[in-house]
Design a protein around this ligand. Structure first.
Ligand SMILES: Cc1cc2nc3c(=O)[nH]c(=O)nc-3n(C[C@H](O)[C@H](O)[C@H](O)COP(=O)(O)OP(=O)(O)OC[C@H]3O[C@@H](n4cnc5c(N)ncnc54)[C@H](O)[C@@H]3O)c2cc1C
Length: 581
């Protein structure tokens, strides 16, 4: 045990050369859930290896402050995407969490499940037992909804807590014939809605990461069959060919993330290795281990163990473009925290004493999601829209745009006077069902180098259509806000609403939504899939993947809740086939 750490982790040397029934690679969003579930059976030994540290400072609990992943001290990887052809060769800033709890330590806290039609579409595409009916119990299992506990379909018995806060702007939105619904994530709601957002914040006003929810210190201390090794980077999988010619994952190789990085360690899996290193590193580890497209592996001189063309092949992200407006200091996050020492001090005290106030909330408090095809030329939903087009269970009706309401500057652009003479309110316009996709390739054979991530934004120009509609809707919302007399001043918006200007503005201002997905898709090998319907890697026994990489396509929502659902399902698949020894 580490002498100075209160959280019970083990060092690389302590776990070196040991065998475990299950090895989970990456203690992030999914990895914490999986390690927790698999170790519920005391007969099963589980090793979780996480590259980042245990982060449990006071600041890391404060929702608003811990969401500031741009802060130098935030536990994140930051890197640049590959230049993207669809946006004129620009590369974008990317980030992902690096700590036990992974990206749930730094993300925007939004809890959203996507419309039931999302999963019914997976089922229609051949993904057996992944319909809404199949996945809903796994959303409920992990969830503890503080705001909607009585509602059918919401969970109260899980340990992952969420709640919502009330929002303004509803009156304005209703003018567009968009219903305002008080409960987000209601499967029986129509697919067109403005809702306050559920956020993974507990009753004390603390960030509820998957580390806090699924691997709290007391649980880890009591589970003698669970070993958690942090500060260790898995560098490759140990894959052997049996006498029968079949490949099998028998363990992992790892090093220290810092310090004596040359020392090599190994751990062995009696049953399975499960990759939970996220949509960027899970495919990277497969490639480094010789599993992936033959031409690419030969190009980087890695011996091919299994030619699996889908690895890294269809990397996706939601495409986002922000409209920025100047607002009075008192109405924006930067304005409150930087512009008024008195108000900032009051907010700190309110949070420190009661766990309430601005600091206890997520940045994004409401959004609109809808299928853009329903919007007319005035950005309104026609009142005679047939019921059938509003049914959220139907895969044809999945929302393809989102407009997020953010009282903050979501970009890394700097503005003179921001926080001292004005604040920023933004509408972040997002394409939720991009047809575009890119690919992920090794930039070198060094596991410490970030791979080359081409998110493929606007590789397919068809994605411009929903984005134009989202931008027009947001511009129209801003007009309505101004009509009420509120001083909303243009800061960064398109010159006009012609397609040409909107596209130009989009190319200049596009940003990642940080929802990297689908780089190891669940599909048949022929259709560029990497895992089967029980998340097993095609052609390699003893190896599964459970994280954001397995989505058949990026889900039309903020994706942490679907990732947790996938981890819950993966645990159930594994445990169903496990006879205690
Ligand atoms: C800034 C930001 C804001 C976001 N906001 C939201 C939001 O509000 N709501 C929402 O739903 N989604 C949000 N997302 C997306 C969502 O949080 C992620 O998609 C999701 O949490 C990813 O889960 P994961 O398990 O796939 O990966 P992660 O949670 O990233 O976990 C991967 C883990 O693997 C570890 N790891 C990596 N390489 C290795 C290695 N070689 N060896 C060992 N360990 C390794 C990492 O350190 C990390 O802990 C946001 C993402 C970002 C970056």
């Amino acid at each position: 045990m580490r002498v100075f750490s209160h959280y019970p982790t083990k060092s690389a040397a302590e776990v070196n050369a040991n065998s475990y029934h299950h090895i989970v690679v990456g203690g992030g969003t999914a990895g914490c859930v999986l390690a927790s579930r698999l170790s519920e059976d005391p007969q099963q030994t589980v090793l979780l290896i996480e590259r980042g540290p245990v982060v449990n400072s006071w600041i890391s609990q404060v929702p608003l402050i811990s969401s500031n992943f741009q802060d130098q001290r935030a536990p994140v990887y930051k890197w640049q995407s590959a230049p993207m052809r669809g946006i004129g060769g620009k590369s974008l800033s990317l980030a992902a969490g690096k700590a036990l709890g992974g990206t749930t330590k730094v993300n925007g806290l939004i809890y959203s499940r996507s419309a039931p039609g999302e999963y019914n579409a997976w089922q229609d595409a051949g993904r057996k037992n992944w319909s809404w009916q199949d996945v809903e119990p796994f959303f409920k299992k992990s969830e503890h909804s503080l705001s909607h506990g009585q509602a059918i379909g919401r969970g109260t018995q899980g340990s992952w807590v969420n709640q919502h806060v009330q929002t303004e702007q509803f009156d304005i939105v209703q003018k567009f014939n968009i219903p305002c619904i008080s409960m987000a994530n209601d499967p029986s709601s129509p697919n067109v809605a403005c809702t306050p957002q559920d956020a993974t914040i507990d009753s004390n006003g603390h960030r509820c990461s998957t580390e806090v929810a699924f691997l709290p210190k007391t649980l880890v201390s009591n589970r003698k069959n669970l070993s958690i090794c942090t500060g260790a980077i898995v560098t490759a999988l140990d894959i052997r060919q049996g006498e029968d010619g079949h490949l099998r994952a028998v363990g992992v190789r790892f090093s220290l993330d810092s310090g004596n990085v040359d020392h090599k360690y190994t751990a062995y899996a009696i049953r399975e290795v499960i990759l939970c290193a996220g949509a960027i590193v899970s495919p990277q580890l497969l490639l480094l281990s010789g599993i992936g497209p033959r031409e690419h592996l030969e190009e980087v001189q890695i011996p091919v163990l299994k030619n699996l063309p889908g690895v890294g092949q269809r990397l996706q992200d939601h495409i986002s473009v922000p409209l920025l407006y100047k607002v009075p200091l008192k109405d924006a996050v930067e304005g409150v925290l930087l512009g008024s020492p008195l108000r900032a001090a009051t907010e700190f005290l309110k949070y420190a004493i009661f766990g309430k106030g601005l600091l206890s909330q997520q940045v994004q408090q409401a959004n609109i999601t809808l299928p853009s095809a329903l919007l007319d030329e005035h950005s309104r939903i026609p009142s005679d829209t047939p019921e059938t087009q509003l049914d959220a269970r139907d895969p044809h009706n999945i929302p393809d745009i989102e407009v997020m309401f953010l009282p903050v500057n979501p970009t890394n652009r700097t503005f003179q006077g921001l926080g001292t003479s004005f604040g920023i309110f933004s509408y972040l316009c997002t394409v939720l069902r991009p047809q575009s996709h890119g690919s992920l390739r090794l930039s070198s054979s060094n596991p410490r180098d970030r791979p080359r991530c081409d998110l493929g934004m606007f590789n397919d120009n068809v994605d411009r259509l929903p984005l134009r509609k989202a931008l027009k809707l947001a511009l129209a919302l801003a007009q309505e806000v101004r009509k009420t007399g509120y001083p909303l001043e243009d800061l960064s918006i398109p010159e006009d609403t012609t397609d040409e200007r909107l596209d130009e503005f989009s190319n200049d201002n596009v940003m990642s939504t940080f929802h990297y997905s689908s780089s190891c898709r669940m599909d048949t090998e022929k259709n560029l899939g990497v895992v089967d319907d029980e998340l097993r890697v095609h052609g390699v026994a003893g190896l599964r993947i459970a994280d954001a990489s397995i989505f058949p396509r990026v889900p039309a929502c903020h994706i942490q809740a679907p990732v947790v659902m996938v981890a819950e399902r993966c645990a159930a698949f594994i445990l169903a086939n496990t006879v205690s020894t």
